[in-house]
Write a protein of this length. Structure first.
Length: 73
């Protein structure tokens, strides 16, 4: 877990009464669920934001999505 996101993950963990490691794993599982969604439109979006096809860790996906949001606003 990168330091940059560690504080946010720790805060969520405290709020939820769980470990930071569990919060991180839950985020990773959510990414995996979205990444493995068979919907063609969702798969096309993944290919757009992650052209190399490798599922990113949470830190990287946050950066990618933040950049996408910045480009589209």
């Amino acid at each position: 877990m990168k330091q940059k996101y560690g504080k946010a993950i720790k805060k969520i963990a405290r709020q939820e009464g769980v470990s930071p490691e569990l919060v991180y794993k839950e985020i990773q599982w959510a990414i995996e669920d979205g990444y493995n969604n068979p919907d063609p439109a969702i798969q096309a979006y993944w290919r757009k934001i992650i052209p190399d096809g490798k599922m990113p860790p949470p830190e990287k996906l946050i950066e990618i999505l933040a950049n996408e949001l910045h480009k589209n606003t």
